[in-house]
Ligand binder design. Structure first.
Ligand SMILES: Cc1ncc(COP(=O)(O)O)c(C=O)c1O
Length: 387
């Protein structure tokens, strides 16, 4: 099908809920995708932070094909070696205190479950999140999203949600109380324009949670699985070593096969009983094969070190470029602040066959490339920005 035919059929039979780029992607390899018209694009958006191992990483593709040949799916009511090994592998790369996994299907679902786990563990209801954080579009997650018009879209909101200011511990102290079940945050606020807090903020949050009995939840749907230059933001120097009670994950975890997860510590795990959580598709064999292969591919190809190298290289190459005022973020989750609207830069780059992302900050361009992106590919981006 050519582009016009693809666009016509998509537009005719789907709700118009997405603002799309005018290309149809039909093939991908590494950091490159090809369109219906045969054009090659450099993908620095990674399918919205999903394609961490690169498009169609051969090791991941082989694992999915092998699993598809054995059994595609069976539910959690039977045991599965594939599921058990995926959980073991995920826990093995997690910070030490996070010892058990619960699998679901998406980021919003991971956050819904994270909040439920915190409520069950504390017997409390209130959830504190932060202005600028994005947590998903289902009822509880959208109610926790104090960004733009999301809570408005999600009305009527789930009760018990309140916001504080990201990076400001005093504002959290003002709203935390004996009914607070969780303080939940995106450790780097991606959609808000790649906003960061100081490592000491995470220590202060941990102390506050320990003091008040609230649970600490890191929404690592974007920062997790290597993207920020560490397996997880939790436990790294970015968080000054702080480990939360729950980490929620999705996006990169399955290299594009839909999968989400909550990682929890022993305290949270001990509060969860049979039938407290559940989902039909969560932990299905195809997704679990993708999880193990994704984590092994990242490890085998040393992609986390590459993410660190990419950040350093990009920061160095962007130094002194007129019109750029700031670079924020870590590893392969980066925001570039321009003096002019980022939407214009995004369109200019698309014209040069480079896919990037925008954010809710009109001047911040977001890069969420595969963790295997090369310095040469970053140079291609920098030259396109300059010209
Ligand atoms: C930090 C964060 N949390 C949660 C979500 C929701 O994930 P999903 O779209 O898979 O439901 C997203 C999606 O962009 C996200 O960036």
């Amino acid at each position: 099908m050519n582009f016009e035919a693809i666009k016509t059929v998509e537009d005719e039979f789907q709700l118009a809920t997405y603002k799309k780029m005018n290309i149809a992607v039909t093939r991908g390899r590494g950091s490159r995708v090809w369109t219906s018209e045969g054009d090659e694009y450099l993908d620095l958006y990674g399918g919205h932070a999903v394609c961490a191992t690169g498009h169609c990483h051969p090791y991941v593709v082989q694992a999915i094909q092998d699993q598809a040949d054995k059994v595609l799916f069976y539910s959690n009511l039977v045991y599965s070696d594939t599921r058990g090994l995926a959980a073991e592998k995920l826990v093995s790369v997690a910070p030490d205190s996070l010892t058990k996994a619960f699998f679901c299907n998406s980021g919003t679902e991971a956050n819904e479950n994270a909040m439920r786990i915190a409520r069950m563990a504390t017997g409390r209801e209130k959830i504190i999140t932060f202005t600028g954080g994005f947590h998903g579009r289902t009822a509880d997650s959208i109610s926790a999203t104090f960004l733009g018009k999301y809570r408005e879209i999600g009305k009527p909101n789930v009760p018990g949600h309140i916001s504080a200011e990201f990076g400001n511990i005093g504002s959290v102290r003002n709203v935390v109380d004996e009914n607070t079940a969780a303080i939940m945050l995106e450790p780097i606020q991606s959609m808000a324009g790649v906003k960061e807090a100081s490592p000491s903020f995470f220590c202060e949050l941990r102390e506050l949670c320990d003091e008040t009995g609230a649970s600490l939840v890191f929404d690592e749907v974007q920062t997790g699985v290597g993207r920020a230059g560490n397996w997880f933001f939790a436990g790294s120097s970015m968080a000054d070593g702080v480990e939360p009670d729950v980490i929620s994950l999705a996006k990169s975890l399955g290299s594009g096969v839909p999968v989400g997860a909550c990682l929890v510590n022993e305290k949270m795990a001990s509060a969860i009983k049979e039938n407290d959580l559940g989902t039909t598709f969560g932990g299905g064999m195809l997704a679990m094969a993708a999880v193990t292969a994704t984590l092994e591919a990242i490890e085998n190809d040393d992609m986390i070190s590459n993410a660190v190298k990419i950040e350093e290289h990009l920061r160095r190459r962007l130094e002194g470029i007129e019109g750029i005022t700031e670079v924020t973020g870590k590893g392969c989750l980066l925001g570039i602040r321009f003096e002019t609207p980022a939407g214009d830069i995004h369109r200019k780059l698309l014209g040069k066959k480079i896919i990037t992302g925008t954010s809710s900050d009109p001047n911040v361009l977001r890069l969420l490339p595969p963790l295997c992106v090369t310095t040469d590919e970053i140079d291609q981006f920098v030259e396109a920005v300059r010209s």
